[in-house]
Design a protein around this ligand. Structure first.
Ligand SMILES: [Cu+2]
Length: 257
């Protein structure tokens, strides 16, 4: 019932992550409440038009309704809203900003937003990122990678096409090279600001193989719209391994002019 409501009536976009179900459920609950309020208020409006019209009430009644119903229905609405906020919304938020999957069990990616593209970096076969230093950051080394560190030799850097493995948690460390951007993955129900100087963890678990658009959710300059040229590609472990291999074999990291 909830799924039907979400996709046929509310028109929510395609859902492709495990964590996103709770977000959709919350949206459905809020809309059920709004629907109940709409119907309730409409019925009351119709009743008031009939009950208090001039024909039935030739002289005005200055005391109005004495029914306790309005007070109880208001209290009920406040209670339901409090439950939605404290019992549903805040726990979803708390879980998403506080509980992250173990790196060993995840696809770990560093994402560096910049005007106007998404750089992504993978640790490669050894599972370790090479040393990075802020002082080394330049236009063709956005992650400040130290070329002398052997752990970084097999790291893979890509631009605008970020591959992940289906049904495996993705652990992203998000940052920005220049201004505030925001990584928005609608199908994954994930939105996180990318802030220069901060490395912010965020996570989702993709559940459907496919190609999903990345959007920037902060107006970040005149090429802002171009940042929707980024994609998340969800694939099987085998396809992902082949892709990483082909990328690390190609040597020099992709860079953005
Ligand atoms: Cu942006």
């Amino acid at each position: 019932m909830n799924d039907w409501f979400a996709h046929h009536l509310l028109g929510l976009p395609e859902l492709a992550s495990l964590n996103g179900q709770a977000v959709d459920d919350l949206m459905v609950y809020v809309h059920w409440l709004m629907l109940a309020l709409l119907v309730g208020w409409s019925l009351y409006f119709g009743y008031a038009l009939w009950r208090f019209n001039a024909v039935r009430n030739p002289t005005a009644d200055y005391e109005g309704s004495k029914s306790p119903l309005p007070k109880f229905s208001e209290i009920a609405v406040v209670v339901i809203e409090a439950v939605l906020l404290v019992g549903v919304a805040i726990p979803i938020w708390a879980k998403n900003v506080d509980r992250f999957p173990k790196p060993e069990e995840s696809t770990v990616i560093q994402i560096m937003a910049q005007q106007f593209a998404w750089n992504a970096r993978y640790p490669g076969a050894d599972g370790k990122f090479g040393r990075q230093d802020m002082k080394l950051i330049s236009s063709d080394n956005v992650f400040g990678v130290d070329p002398a560190d052997p752990a970084g030799k097999d790291d893979v850097q890509v631009l605008n096409e970020i591959h992940v493995v289906v049904n495996k948690p993705v652990l992203i460390y998000l940052s920005s090279k220049d201004v505030i951007h925001s990584l928005k993955l609608v199908a994954m129900r994930l939105t996180q600001d990318a802030i220069p100087g901060l490395r912010i963890p965020c996570t989702f678990t993709p559940t459907k193989i496919g190609r999903y658009q990345i959007e920037c959710a902060q107006l970040c300059g005149n090429g802002h719209a171009a940042m929707s040229g980024g994609f998340i590609v969800v694939q099987s472990q085998q396809d992902f391994d082949d892709w990483i291999k082909s990328k690390s074999a190609s040597g020099a990291p992709a860079s953005f002019e």
